[in-house]
Design a protein around this ligand. Structure first.
Ligand SMILES: [Zn+2]
Length: 411
């Protein structure tokens, strides 16, 4: 228990350090090698001496920075031992074994260890949160092999399991949501990721990003689920904050039925991701057995590219109206063409996309209809493509990575 009335003060602790070093030659590499072999003892000694010096200082104060967890006394204690049972703690420089400092409460005779109270780390935990978060960040930014290699250059080793667990626990603590102070624009998109025991890229990672006032994006939601499913879990947490916006422009090709519950509370404007449309059309044309690069194929692709290309910075409402009208007509022609030729899948796809193609431009929310999630997905894949993941493993590593790159997370 910490004493809330304790006033922090700078304490000077001095100590001398004696060491014996044996080297064959005085090259820098030899000296660094000697230092690395020295580090565990040096660090342990350093922590112990600072800890003890500080403990002696606070024991001399009337008002202690800690209090008895039984009776609440924070004035009168006596030393039991300065060299008690050992405790192992992981620092970012490796494990240290510390002798515990023990005191006794003068009023209720309760004995307790001071070490972790003074160090500000949780009881029983061998890996303090501050170390765990740093290892979690390292393990999400680089593959475990690379992380171990880099760590080994600083003179110590860490096992893969410790790194993996640090990633899992750190990832679990990270939650995303909309920021009510940022823009009422967002994009949601999915990408296939490899999961252990599932063929190919068997699961879909779904990401919801919010556009920021100063440009750029932040992550507002992440989930991993089956293809075409799981969109509900992605949007569910953001509904409350979304209600605070008058209108929200959502660019997505995902299933947004969960947002129907917002009807009457927020006007959600849906915009199909224009970047995806030509890509999707290639896929439906393949399903319709239209030969790649044939006359029909080229005509349809070229047309859809032009329909989906929106020039930024068109600001005149009349120009916009006339542009949308012309694009809508061209699209109708394209759908008819597909129907006439019997390209059923492609006709159906374009028909479905039609109502939400020009929402952004019609509402003068220009330039927000092209995907910025693509790059984000590449950032995710750089890590996820290395190694075999379970669903939760991949999700946690992705959460840390995204929080670090887009939301200012730091360990
Ligand atoms: Zn007590």
């Amino acid at each position: 228990m910490r004493n809330a009335y304790y006033q922090k003060q700078e304490v000077t602790i001095e100590f001398d350090c004696r060491f014996t070093v044996k080297v064959l030659e005085c090259s820098l590499s030899e000296i660094i090698k000697a230092f690395c072999s020295f580090l565990p003892n040096l660090l342990t000694d350093f922590i112990m001496k600072v800890l003890l010096g500080y403990a002696e200082y606070v024991m001399s104060l009337k008002n202690k920075p800690f209090s008895c967890e039984i009776c609440g006394n924070n004035h009168y204690f006596i030393w039991k031992t300065r060299h008690g049972k050992t405790t192992r703690i992981l620092t970012i420089f490796q494990w240290v074994v510390l002798h515990q400092l023990q005191v006794q409460c003068s009023s209720c005779k309760h004995k307790f260890y001071l070490t972790r109270k003074l160090l500000g780390i949780e009881p029983m935990k061998r890996i303090p949160e501050q170390t765990r978060r740093k290892l979690g960040l390292i393990g999400s930014l680089a593959s475990f092999r690379v992380a171990r290699k880099i760590i080994s250059m600083f003179g110590w080793t860490i096992d893969k399991m410790t790194l993996w667990r640090a990633v899992q626990e750190t990832g679990k603590e990270i939650d995303f949501n909309l920021d009510p102070d940022e823009l009422a624009h967002g994009e949601a998109d999915g990408t296939g990721i490899p999961i252990q025991g599932i063929k190919n890229r068997g699961k879909e990672l779904k990401v919801f990003v919010q556009h920021k006032k100063g440009g750029g994006i932040r992550v507002a939601g992440v989930d991993i689920g089956n293809y075409h499913g799981g969109w509900k879990r992605l949007f569910e947490p953001v509904i409350e904050i979304m209600k605070g916006f008058k209108t929200f422009l959502l660019v997505t090709d995902g299933d947004t039925t969960i947002l129907d519950s917002l009807k009457g509370k927020v006007k959600v404007l849906f915009q199909r991701c224009l970047w995806h449309i030509p890509h999707q059309l290639k896929f439906t044309l393949w399903k319709d057995k239209v030969k790649r690069k044939s006359g029909d194929w080229l005509y349809l692709l070229a047309e859809i590219m032009e329909i989906c290309a929106i020039r930024p910075l068109v600001d005149d409402l009349d120009v916009i109206k006339s542009m949308v009208k012309s694009k809508t007509e061209r699209l109708a022609k394209l759908i008819l063409f597909c129907k006439d030729k019997g390209y059923r899948m492609s006709a159906e796809y374009l028909e479905n996309a039609r109502p939400d193609l020009f929402t952004a431009i019609s509402n003068r929310l220009n330039g927000k209809s092209t995907s910025r999630v693509e790059r984000l997905m590449r950032t995710v894949n750089l890590r996820i493509n290395v190694g075999k993941w379970s669903t939760s493993g991949a999700l946690n590593a992705t959460k840390i990575r995204l929080a670090y790159y887009y939301n200012g997370f730091d360990a």
